[in-house]
Design a protein around this ligand. Structure first.
Ligand code: PEP
Ligand code: MN
Length: 263
């Protein structure tokens, strides 16, 4: 159902006043984790000012170590809703378990399925049945075919509003956190009508590489990016090393202007 053979025209996924897919390059931005009201509101205002169409922020965090910050949970979801109400910036946040879907739906506009849950079929069915737009991240070691079949689960559960996300895969390379697979973006744009976004933050894991890889994402035909940003990255509770500072986010938006403003 997600194949171009079934539907030739591009799907545009809308939530709030954000549209992903179609002619404009969409920039979704915000912190890895929601940490506090002050942190979230400051970064949300900054990304909005420079042209982000949606705010990202994790409230439930899939951390590799159980001793690391696990997210604010429902309190974080409430802060995201507050940011949306105050700034008119629709929100994207990760849902990690079926039991969280209902609560996420109450506060959040687009549900993120994280890389670690791409093949959690119960969760895929649950977000499919929720009817909310879904941003589906490629698994750490998932093939493109497996990503498309995961999307098919959501579609089959009655939800066609799916955004695919290339966020880097595991390879032998260790200089960067992951290897951003831009082949996948070009390939997916041919194979499926669903919008495809790139996550250059997790794709590289290195702040200085985020802007060049964002340009590459736009050049290869992605429909947008989802990018981590923090006003004080050295104090961030997760993924600070890959977060764009305020000035870097402003520079990113300057460089993406021709794509963001395309008619
Ligand atoms: C994130 O978006 O912060 C995240 C944990 O992403 P991924 O699932 O791609 O690792
Ligand atoms: Mn992160």
């Amino acid at each position: 159902m997600v194949s171009r053979e079934v539907q030739a025209h591009d799907t545009v996924v809308r939530f709030g006043n954000a549209a992903v897919g179609g002619d404009k390059f969409a920039v979704i931005a915000g912190p890895c984790s929601v940490e506090s009201e002050a942190q979230l509101m400051a970064v949300a205002e900054m990304v909005k000012k420079h042209g982000a169409v949606a705010l990202r922020g994790g409230a439930y965090k899939p951390r590799t170590s159980p001793y690391d910050f696990q997210g604010l949970g429902e309190e974080g979801l409430k802060l995201l809703q507050q940011a949306n109400q105050q700034l008119g910036l629709p929100t994207v946040s990760e849902v990690m378990e079926v039991s969280q879907v209902e609560s996420l739906c109450q506060y959040i506009d687009c549900l993120q399925i994280g890389a670690r849950n791409m093949q959690n079929y119960a969760l895929l069915k649950a977000v499919g049945e929720s009817g909310k737009p879904v941003l589906l991240k490629r698994g750490l070691s998932a093939t493109i075919e497996e990503l498309l079949l995961a999307a098919e689960y959501i579609f089959d559960a009655g939800n066609p509003n799916i955004i695919l996300c290339e966020r880097g895969i595991r390879t032998f390379e260790t200089a960067t956190r992951n290897t951003l697979d831009l082949n996948a973006v070009a390939y997916l744009k041919q194979r499926t009508h669903l919008p495809v976004v790139v996550d250059p933050s997790h794709g590289t894991g290195v702040r200085e590489l985020v802007i060049p890889l964002s340009r590459a994402a736009a050049a290869v035909g992605a429909d947008g990016i989802i990018v981590e940003s923090h006003l004080n990255p050295s104090e961030a509770l997760s993924d600070g090393h890959q977060a764009l500072t305020g000035p870097m986010f402003e520079q990113l938006m300057q460089e993406l202007k021709p794509f963001v403003e395309a008619a």
